[in-house]
Design a protein around this ligand. Structure first.
Ligand SMILES: [Zn+2]
Length: 104
């Protein structure tokens, strides 16, 4: 049984290799961007992967692969949902801070 750290380290290498392979195949990819379905950020296409209906950026591919490997979830929808919560939490935090500023 691999430790969490080992899994993360291994997956980091895999994800980085995918990114490098994409760039080697098509160097122009570095100028190509898309909005990641998972983190919602505009990210480089290099190293991104299509999972079913979702395209994930290289950072999120790492999250997904580590999550699958550690059995945190077994389908990509679960990760997207988790990230939605996180995004929502960040949005709420931002709104709260803005309100605090206004009240001062
Ligand atoms: Zn992403």
């Amino acid at each position: 049984m691999k430790s969490k750290e080992e899994v993360i380290e291994e997956m980091q290498k895999v994800a980085e290799q995918m990114r490098l392979d994409d760039i080697e195949e098509n160097p122009d990819i570095l100028d190509e961007y898309f909005v990641c379905d998972c983190c919602g950020k505009e990210q480089c296409l290099a190293g991104s992967i299509q999972y079913g209906n979702y395209r994930l950026c290289n950072d999120c591919v790492l999250l997904a692969e580590v999550g699958f490997e550690l059995k945190k979830f077994d389908k990509i929808e679960d990760l997207i949902e988790k990230m939605e919560d996180k995004k929502l939490a960040e949005d709420c935090e931002y709104i709260k801070q803005e309100e605090r500023k206004r009240n001062n």
